[in-house]
Design a protein around this ligand. Structure first.
Ligand code: ZN
Length: 295
């Protein structure tokens, strides 16, 4: 449940000029206003599952886009059921979207690769929860290679430089080949982010999370409520930390705290005992996404 000082979960990722909104609980629109986010730049909305605290802000936000005469395309990605949900809401409220809106429904039990942009990709992985629930991974791509001119062979045709910079290998008629890696400066580390909410404790998630830079993981309960976590298919802060440790991520961000906690210091401390590089998020918390640790 929300509290006056803590809204339903939602994460906004900024990738250069592209914004991705992950989950859209009640109150997300107000948060976007409060933090002065240019909502027309939201290109993707990724929904983990259809429990109310993760998706009930969506229809309001989409309706605002209509009122703002949005023209940019928007893609909503999430589990099966979104189409029916939005269709029903549109039908009873007589709403027609005035901007290009694409819905991508995905199976929650397999890995999918719904987004391939020039500079990043989005892939999904299964979470264990009471409803079909999708985890998301957003990974930066290396789109161009910065070539070290000193390493370029003298007989390299001029138009091959562009090919190498784009990541293509080139080959001479005498059989010699050259790959971009051979003549490029070492690449800057690529950043990566993963989102796990909501989920029962699941160490096998590390298959999907290995080396992720920044991991957001739900932490609904403290250690004393482990049984309740199993019953409701949620995680404790310590369990989130165990997943982060096993996955060798760089940083763990905790969120989705039960409204019974006015302060989440205890949860943060319990997680830090297992995985020191842990931060408990609060409304408006901002951080730089870390580079992938295993590339
Ligand atoms: Zn849920």
């Amino acid at each position: 449940m929300p509290r006056l000082d803590r809204r339903s979960p939602s994460v906004l990722l900024t990738l250069n000029d592209t914004l991705l909104l992950i989950d859209c609980g009640e109150g997300t629109q107000f948060a976007l206003l409060e933090y002065k986010i240019k909502v027309s730049k939201i290109r993707y909305v990724l929904l983990s599952h259809l429990h109310a605290d993760h998706c009930m802000g969506l229809f309001g936000l989409l309706s605002t886009f209509n009122l703002q005469n949005r023209a940019n395309p928007l893609t909503i990605i999430g589990p099966y059921g979104i189409r029916e949900l939005l269709h029903t809401l549109c039908s009873v409220t007589n709403t027609i979207w005035k901007y290009p809106l694409e819905l991508v429904e995905l199976p929650a039990d397999v890995v999918c690769h719904p987004v391939e942009e020039l500079s990043f990709t989005v892939s999904t992985f299964p979470l264990r929860h009471k409803l079909p629930c999708i985890g998301y991974k957003v990974q930066e791509k290396r789109s161009t290679f910065s070539l070290d001119k000193r390493k370029l062979p003298e007989d390299l045709p001029g138009d091959w430089i562009g090919k190498l910079a784009k990541g293509e290998a080139v080959a001479w008629s005498d059989g010699r080949t050259l790959t971009p890696e051979e003549v490029a400066f070492p690449a800057p580390p690529r950043r990566s982010f993963a989102y796990c909410s909501d989920t029962d404790f699941d160490l096998t998630l590390s298959e999907h999370l290995l080396g992720i830079g920044t991991l957001y993981h739900e932490a609904t309960f403290d250690d004393s409520l482990k049984d309740r976590a199993r019953l409701t298919k949620h995680s404790t802060a310590s369990e989130a930390a165990a997943v982060a440790k096993q996955s060798r991520v760089k940083e763990l961000i905790l969120g989705h705290f039960s409204s019974r906690y006015a302060s989440v210091e205890l949860l943060e401390q319990e997680a830090k005992n297992i995985f020191p590089r842990t931060i408990a998020a609060y409304d408006g918390f901002e951080t730089d996404i870390m580079p992938t640790s295993i590339d």
